[in-house]
Design a protein around this ligand. Structure first.
Ligand SMILES: *Cc1c(COP(=O)(O)O)cnc(C)c1O
Length: 425
C-alpha cells in the first residue's frame, strides 16, 4: 500500500495539500479492506469507485460505468461538475461552517430560494438538515406539536432509517428489529382514498405521503388521490406532509412531483421534505413548512442541528439549483425521461412487462423476480442500475445524461434473454 497521493485526477489541488488516500489497489483488494473496516450494513460493495465525471464513474480496476442510479437520485449534475465543485470550494475557502447561533448569506439565500421554488405562501419557513431521514424527523416533531396522537402513513412507504422516520416506514423487516419505535403511526393502504377517509379523524396529527413511492418501485399515487387527501386532512385539521426526498428538486421534471397535474396539481401541502438531489451530492436536506401557522409549530429551542444549513451545504444546494435553472435541465429531464420510457417500451421485449415513472425517475418492471440478476449483468456490461424490488429495476440518472448515452442502456436491454429463467444471479 502506498501513501502517495494520486495527483492524476486532482490537477486543481493546492501545492500544500495533504496526501489524499491512495487510489492504488484493485477492486478486490479494496473490497477486502472494506470488509475489515466498514460495518456490514450494506453488504459487500458492488465495486469500489475512485472517480467520476459527468454521468460516468470509474472503479479501482479502471473500468468505466454509466451511472444510471446517480447515487440513488442524488447526483443531479453528474459527477465532479465544475460549477458545483467551484461553488463548494469557494464557500469552504470563505466561510465553511458556523454554528446555528449565527446565520450566513449563503444559508439565507438558500432558504429563500427553496421557498420560492416550492411556491410556498407568505409566512412559510424552512428547517435545514443534512439528510432525508432528518428532514422527516423534523416533520415528525412538527406533527407531534399539533398535540394530536395519531399519524397516518401509507403501506409500502419509505421515509428513512432513524427512529422517527423508521416508525413511518412500512417494511416490517426494517422496523421490527428496532421496536419499540415512536408510537401513534398507522398505515393505510396505498392509493386508497376510501381507506384514508375511514382512518381520518380529528385526532390525526398528519398524513405522510410520497407523491411517487420510490423505494417501493417508483409507484405514483393514483390521479386525484392527493387532492382527496388534501380535502380530508383539511376537513379534519390534520397536516398533509409530502415526502419529496426522492422525487423533489427536479427529479421528475418539475421542482416538486406534487406540482404535476396527474400527481397533485394544485394541491398546497402543509409541509414538504427534500434531500437526495438537493445538494447535487453534498449532504443536505430540508423541511419546508407552508404558511405561518405550520411554521410556528416548531418554536425556539424545540429542534436543532449542528450541521444543518451549513454554509458549504447551502452553497452546494444553491449551485445545484442554479445549474438546473441556467442549463434548462428540467425540460431535459422531462424529455429524456419520456424518451427512455418510449424507447424501452418500443423494444417490446418479453422480459419487460412495464416501464413507468416521471422525468428521470424510471422503473422497468420485469417478467419475474430477476431484477438482481439483470442489475448484475448490467454492472458487468458497464451500467449502474438498482433492483429496488425483486421485479423492478430503478433508474435515477444524472440530469446531464444525453440521449446517446441512454441509448447504450436500451441496447443492453434489447440483448437480454426474453425468458427470465435464463437469467441467474
Ligand atoms: C431516501 C429517502 C429517505 C431517506 O433519506 P436519507 O437521506 O437516506 O436519510 C426518505 N424518504 C424518501 C422518500 C427517500 O427516498
Amino acid at each position: 500500500m502506498t501513501t502517495q497521493p494520486t495527483a492524476r485526477h486532482r490537477a486543481d489541488v493546492a501545492p500544500d495539500a495533504l496526501p489524499v488516500p491512495a487510489t492504488d489497489g484493485s477492486v478486490a483488494q479494496w473490497t477486502d479492506r472494506y470488509s475489515h473496516a466498514v460495518m456490514d450494513t450494506f453488504g459487500p460493495p458492488q465495486r469500489v469507485l475512485v472517480r467520476g465525471e459527468g454521468p460516468y464513474v470509474w472503479d479501482a480496476d479502471g473500468r468505466r460505468y454509466l451511472d444510471l442510479l446517480g447515487g440513488i437520485a442524488v447526483n443531479s449534475l453528474g459527477h465532479a461538475h465544475p460549477t458545483l465543485t467551484a461553488a463548494i470550494s469557494a464557500q469552504l475557502g470563505t466561510l465553511g461552517h458556523v454554528s446555528n447561533f449565527f446565520g450566513s448569506p449563503t444559508q439565507i439565500a438558500f432558504a429563500e430560494t427553496l421557498l420560492a421554488l416550492a411556491g410556498a405562501p407568505e409566512g412559510s419557513r424552512v428547517f435545514l438538515t443534512n439528510s432525508g431521514t432528518e428532514a422527516n424527523e423534523a416533520a415528525f416533531k412538527l406533527a407531534r406539536r399539533t398535540g394530536r396522537p395519531r399519524i397516518l402513513a401509507l403501506e409500502n412507504a419509505f421515509h428513512g432509517r432513524s427512529m422517527g422516520a423508521l416508525a413511518l416506514t412500512w417494511k416490517p423487516a426494517y422496523r421490527e428489529p428496532f421496536e419499540p419505535l415512536p408510537g401513534g403511526v398507522e398505515f393505510v393502504p396505498f392509493g386508497d382514498a376510501g381507506a384514508l377517509a375511514d382512518a381520518m379523524g380529528d385526532d390525526v396529527a398528519a398524513l405522510f405521503v410520497e407523491p411517487i413511492q420510490g423505494e417501493a418501485g417508483v409507484r405514483p399515487l393514483p390521479p386525484g388521490y392527493l387532492a382527496e387527501a388534501r380535502r380530508l386532512t383539511r376537513e379534519h385539521g390534520a397536516l398533509l406532509i409530502l415526502d419529496e426526498v426522492q422525487t423533489g428538486m427536479g427529479r421528475t421534471g418539475r421542482w416538486f412531483a406534487h406540482q404535476h397535474d396527474h400527481l397533485g396539481g394544485g394541491v398546497v401541502p402543509d409541509a414538504v421534505t427534500v434531500a437526495k438531489g438537493l445538494g447535487g451530492g453534498f449532504p443536505v436536506g430540508a423541511l419546508i413548512a407552508y404558511g405561518p401557522q405550520v411554521a410556528a409549530l416548531l418554536g425556539r429551542g424545540q429542534h436543532g442541528t449542528t450541521f444543518g444549513g451549513n454554509p458549504v451545504a447551502s452553497a452546494a444546494a444553491l449551485a445545484t439549483i442554479g445549474v438546473i435553472e441556467r442549463d434548462d435541465l428540467l425540460a431535459h429531464v422531462s424529455e429524456l425521461g419520456a424518451w427512455i420510457r418510449e424507447a424501452v417500451a418500443a423494444l417490446q421485449h418479453l422480459l419487460v412487462t412495464d416501464v413507468r415513472g416521471d422525468g428521470l425517475l424510471v422503473a422497468i418492471e420485469l417478467a419475474g423476480p430477476v431484477s438482481a440478476a439483470v442489475a448484475a449483468r448490467a454492472l458487468d456490461a458497464g451500467f449502474i442500475v438498482n433492483p429496488c424490488t425483486p421485479t423492478t429495476l430503478r433508474l435515477a440518472p444524472p440530469f446531464v445524461l444525453t440521449q446517446d448515452q441512454a441509448q447504450t442502456f436500451v441496447d443492453f436491454l434489447a440483448a437480454l434473454p426474453a425468458d427470465p429463467t435464463e437469467l441467474t444471479a
